[in-house]
Each structure stands twice: as structure tokens, then as C-alpha cells.
Design a protein around this ligand. Structure first.
Ligand code: ADP
Ligand code: MG
Length: 599
């Protein structure tokens, strides 16, 4: 191999190499430039895009601007106004600090920087294409603030240009990015135009109501209608924002916005903490939707971990993790039936379609679960259902004189199609999915008792024996201790024979064998391991699901009211264990709207 001598690279090449890390496509340029505008304290930014940003990207702000003599520096590598020492690096409060964005961009596009510093009454401008070492600063006309114009991105980097997609795709990336950043700066107004057409206009906001309007514009009205607002502070951290109810969960993790000190972050630790908080109310393959803002002392987090600054390092990651899990867990636990995010002021008409039950999933109806022997094969089930009767005190179904004395889920009127409870409330009517609601109540109760290791057991008068496969008998044996803690006492009395000796007391008289078969089927599916204890909650959910009342029978008014009262008391009763809603409400206004009354 022939020898190449070592030589220094020309500045433009150095900058092009650096650009490779942060400038991948037009949207990455927008990210850097918008962040600069934010750092400059802009209250209004105007973005003009042409041809997906490949021909032109222009961003104008009304921030503090750049003084004339600093203009050439702004385009030089490792030149920044944001940090000066290592100490500053450990407490970064700005979005930028590396002093690399403008030189990187100018090395792979034609860049014009025009600015008027707020303290000055003249504006100046420089052009750059990354080859120069000397800049000519020219007078310009510009209000206080800065405009950066970037033309012909990658005109001199064919390898990069090849990877650009269609105009539509590139603009879609820009649009998504601007939305993401607009969620991080409510106090800044945004205007976005593509090929001279206005795509987005967001006025600056201050009130919570205006913020929610911006969110509705960016993510859709349904998100905000289904979201709970939260604000927590502890251990010198604050967490605020919105989480959508589990019923608004998504098939993709595409509505997850997390900001740390105003910076959008994708971080494993955070994903994990959020997942943990949702694990009770969301089915495995569903993803929660949220916009969350974490603020903490800049010294507690290192943002200098990655060139695009999308990942961070926490000084005390355990603390942050637990704070998130707790704050979110609390918020979800308070989403009880009857207290779910009602927005009196902006209550939208409920679309009729939302009244139809969600499409059946594997867990919806016991009949469809493939292991539904308990419900269909045993007529006893129908008679042994007075589980409701064991629920707490039965309310009198007469309407009180004062509507404020009415419980939030009201009083039952009818059991429709042997599935839904219809109840009249002070505000209108509610429909409750009796099976889903009951399942949630049982689960919450089981969970509480099992956490205290105090699930009361009821021995069966006559222990019930059942024959199962060898594999299932093994499963039951492995799970014995855990099941015992959950109130089920099961012994293996032969290679393929199990004996049920006791059940959780609150279950009442259920089809014990059918229940155990269902639970074994779930265990088989999830696979039992030595870590069975770690799957406690899945197992509890499985018991609750299979033990929940089968909605095949007409319920009495007393039973229905008992269920409604229990729902009002139970945490997270707004969703069943699979995240489906347990109830919907139609207010008087909704009903009036359906019938075009009062117009
Ligand atoms: P960094 O943001 O990491 O400091 P940049 O290359 O993005 O590096 O910008 C270099 C400098 O130019 C910044 O430190 C800032 O002083 C100045 N600057 C860039 N854009 C703007 C703007 N829109 N308004 C005011 N100053 C700006
Ligand atoms: Mg910057």
C-alpha cells in the first residue's frame, strides 16, 4: 500500500464531516436554527420552506440578534456565546452550546445570515458557503432579530443529496419537527409556510386553555379531550403536562413527547418509567400518548452525551425514574369513574360512533377466549353470580331532591342486552360495560389485598378435583405458592390431577374448576418461569378477568347500583384491565344536540 503523508484537512471539509453528525436532512437544519431562535429569546418565529426545504429554508425571529462584529464568529467553528468554561458545560440552560451548527450548515449549503442586535439600529448580513476564511459584512435592512436563509442543501455533498427523499417526505419531516418544537415553547408564536402556502399558524400562549388549544391544533382535539392535565413537584423536580387516558392508547409510540428543561428527549430510562406507570392499565402491545415536561436543575442532567442531544445522562437516574413513575401512577389512579377529565368549558359533542363497543379482542368476551369452558359449559355459572350482592352497600335507586346529592355515576335504570347498565345521572346518562367494570374492581381489590399478603381465603366445603394435562399440572405446581398468596389453594394430588381447596373469599361461589383452567391457560401463554412472582400482576389480572361477572344474565337494579357505587370508589375504574373504557357518559347537552334541541 502506498504511503499517504499526514496533512491537515481544509476547513470546509472539517465542517462537512461535522455536518455529517447533525445535518441529515432539511428538518435537521430547521431544528438547529429553531433552537438558536429559542436561545435568542424569540417570541415569534416565521418559517418559509420551498421544495421540502431542499431549495430554501428561511427562518426569521425577533430574538436578541447578533452584533455586527460577532457575525463572522457565529459562522466559525467552536464559537458560541452560550458557554465559556467547563463549569458552564455542567449546567447548560440553553439548547445549543457546541458552536457547530452554523458552520456545519454553511459547509453544505449556501447560507445567508442577517441580523440586527436589539441594542443596535442597523442590520448587517453575511454570506457563506463554507470555503471562506474571511467574511465581508454588508449593511442590510432587518427589524431587531435574525434571519437565516439556507439554499440548495447538500449541493456540494452528492453522497448526502442522494439520500434525500421526495419533497413531500422531506416536508413531512419538517412539519413533524416544527410541531414537536412548538409543544416545547408555548410562549413563542409559530408560522410555517411551504411553497408560499400557510401550513401552520400558532399564536403565543399563556393560559392553560390556550395551551390546550395549541395542542388540539397540533395533535388533534381527541387527544386533548381524552387527556388528563398534571403538575407535580418533588425532590427539586417538576413534572407537568398531559397524559391521555389509557382508552386513547395507540398501536404505535407516535404520540410521546417528553421534554427535559425544554429539550425534546428520547431516553430509555424515561420510556421505561412511563411504561411502568401504565403497565396496569394498558395492554402489552399498546402505547400511551403523552406530552410531558420535566424540569430539574441543569447540574442534575448531562445533555452533552450525544451530538444531536436527544439522549441525556442523569446524575441520579433512579430518583428521576421513581419520580416519573409515581407522578404518572398517581395521575392515572385518580382517573376514577365519574371523575375522569371532564372539561365543562369545552365539552365536545360525543360522536355517536364512540358509543359502539370497541372491536372484540381476545379478552373481550369470555366466549371468544378459546378457553371459555367456564362460561359456556357450566350452567352453574349463571346461578352462582351474586358477586354483585357482595359488593358494598346497595344504594336506594330513588332520585334525590337535590341533584348534587346524586352519586356521579347515578342510579341504574336498566340492564341493556344483558351487557350494558343504563343509569341516570345529575348531568345526563351513563352506559357502563358491566363486565369490564367489574373486572377492574376485582383486580384493584385483589391487588391491594395481595400487596398486603392478605387475600382472605375461603375453603371449599368439598374440595374440587380436576384432571389436566401433565404440563398444566406442572404449571400449577410451580405456581402453587404464588396462587396461595392470591387466595387460591391448589394441590397436585396425582400426575394429572389437581385439587382446589380454597378460593379468594370475595369470589363467592364460582365455577372453581373453570376458573383454574382459564388461569392455567393464561399461565401457559405467558410462560411460567422461576420469576412467577414478577408476573403477579398479570396473574392477578387473569384471575380478575376470568372471575368477573359474565354478562349473560339480567342483573337486578340493586346489583347494578352496587356495581356503580363500587366503581366510584375504585382507582382506575375508568378503564378495564385492557385499557378499554368501562363507561361513557352522555350529558343533557349531548342528548339535546343529538335531537337538535335548543337551536
Ligand atoms: P451554538 O448554538 O451551539 O452556540 P451555533 O452555531 O448554532 O452554535 O450558533 C453560533 C452562535 O451564533 C450562537 O452561540 C449565538 O450567539 C449566535 N446565533 C445563532 N443564531 C442566532 C439567532 N437566531 N439569534 C441570535 N444569535 C444567534
Ligand atoms: Mg445552535
Amino acid at each position: 500500500m502506498s504511503r499517504s503523508r499526514i496533512h491537515s484537512l481544509p476547513p470546509q471539509l472539517i465542517n462537512q464531516i461535522a455536518a455529517g453528525e447533525v445535518i441529515e436532512r432539511p428538518a435537521s437544519v430547521i431544528k438547529e436554527l429553531l433552537e438558536n431562535s429559542f436561545d435568542a429569546g424569540a417570541t415569534q418565529v416565521q418559517l418559509d420552506i420551498e421544495h421540502g426545504g431542499m431549495r430554501l429554508l428561511r427562518i426569521r425571529d425577533d430574538g436578541i440578534g447578533i452584533v455586527k462584529d460577532d457575525l463572522p464568529l457565529a459562522l466559525s467553528r467552536h464559537a458560541t456565546s452560550k458557554i465559556a468554561s467547563l463549569d458552564d458545560l455542567s449546567r447548560i440552560a440553553t439548547l445549543g452550546f457546541r458552536g457547530e451548527a452554523l458552520p456545519s450548515i454553511s459547509a453544505c449549503a449556501r447560507l445567508r445570515l442577517t441580523s440586527r442586535a436589539i441594542e443596535s439600529d442597523s442590520a448587517w448580513c453575511i454570506d457563506a458557503d463554507g470555503t471562506e476564511c474571511d467574511y465581508t459584512v454588508q449593511p442590510a435592512s432587518h427589524p431587531p432579530g435574525t434571519t437565516v436563509e439556507v439554499r440548495d442543501l447538500f449541493y456540494n455533498v452528492p453522497a448526502r443529496r442522494k439520500f434525500l427523499k421526495s419533497e413531500k417526505t422531506e416536508f413531512a419531516h419538517i412539519d413533524a419537527l416544527v410541531r414537536r418544537l412548538a409543544l416545547s415553547r408555548f410562549e413563542t408564536g409559530f408560522a410555517l409556510r411551504h411553497n408560499q402556502r400557510e401550513v401552520l399558524r400558532l399564536p403565543p400562549t399563556t393560559s392553560l386553555r390556550d395551551q390546550e388549544q395549541r395542542i388540539a391544533k397540533l395533535l388533534g382535539q381527541t387527544f386533548i379531550d381524552q387527556a388528563l392535565h398534571l403538575a407535580f413537584a418533588a425532590a427539586q423536580m417538576t413534572l407537568s403536562g398531559w397524559v391521555a387516558l389509557p382508552t386513547y392508547s395507540r398501536a404505535q409510540p407516535d404520540m410521546q413527547f417528553f421534554y427535559i428543561n425544554g429539550r425534546f428527549i428520547r431516553d430509555k430510562l424515561i420510556v421505561h418509567a412511563v411504561k411502568q406507570a401504565f403497565r396496569d392499565v394498558l395492554y402489552q402491545d399498546r402505547h400511551p400518548a403523552f406530552i410531558l415536561y420535566l424540569t430539574l436543575d441543569p447540574t442534575m442532567v448531562d445533555v452533552n452525551a450525544h451530538p444531536t442531544k436527544m439522549e441525556v445522562r442523569f446524575r441520579d437516574s433512579r430518583l428521576v425514574h421513581d419520580f416519573l413513575t409515581q407522578a404518572l401512577g398517581d395521575t392515572l389512579a385518580h382517573a376514577r369513574a365519574g371523575r375522569v377529565a371532564h372539561r365543562e368549558d369545552v365539552a365536545p359533542p360525543l360522536p355517536i360512533s364512540s358509543l359502539t363497543p370497541s372491536s372484540p379482542s381476545k379478552h373481550d368476551a369470555p366466549q371468544s377466549s378459546g378457553h371459555g369452558q367456564a362460561s359456556s359449559a357450566t350452567p352453574r355459572v349463571a346461578e352462582t353470580m351474586p358477586i354483585y350482592a357482595q359488593l358494598s352497600g346497595v344504594a336506594r335507586p330513588t332520585l334525590p331532591a337535590n341533584p348534587h346529592d346524586m352519586p356521579s355515576l347515578g342510579y341504574a335504570i336498566a340492564h341493556l342486552h344483558q351487557t350494558y347498565i343504563l343509569a341516570e345521572t345529575a348531568r345526563g346518562i351513563v352506559l357502563v360495560d358491566a363486565h369490564a367494570a367489574h373486572e377492574r374492581i376485582l383486580y384493584e381489590r385483589l391487588k391491594q389485598q395481595s400487596a398486603k399478603r392478605a387475600v382472605p381465603r375461603q375453603p371449599l366445603l368439598v374440595p374440587e378435583s380436576l384432571t389436566v394435562s401433565l404440563a398444566d399440572a406442572d404449571l400449577a405446581e410451580q405456581a402453587r405458592e404464588t396462587l396461595l398468596e392470591m387466595g387460591m389453594e391448589i394441590d397436585r394430588v396425582g400426575p394429572e390431577t389437581l385439587l382446589i381447596r380454597a378460593l379468594p373469599a370475595w369470589l363467592g361461589a364460582v365455577d372453581a374448576a373453570g376458573l383454574l383452567r382459564d388461569i392455567l391457560a393464561d399461565l401457559r401463554e405467558h410462560g411460567v418461569s422461576a420469576r412467577l412472582a414478577a408476573q403477579r400482576e398479570e396473574l392477578l389480572a387473569s384471575i380478575a378477568c376470568h372471575a368477573a361477572v359474565r354478562t349473560r344474565r339480567k342483573l337486578t337494579v340493586e346489583e347494578m347500583n352496587a356495581l356503580l357505587r363500587e366503581m366510584e370508589k375504585t382507582a382506575r375504574s375508568g378503564q378495564c384491565n385492557h385499557g378499554r373504557p368501562t363507561w361513557v357518559e352522555l350529558t343533557r347537552q349531548d342528548l339535546d344536540r343529538f335531537f337538535l334541541r335548543g337551536r
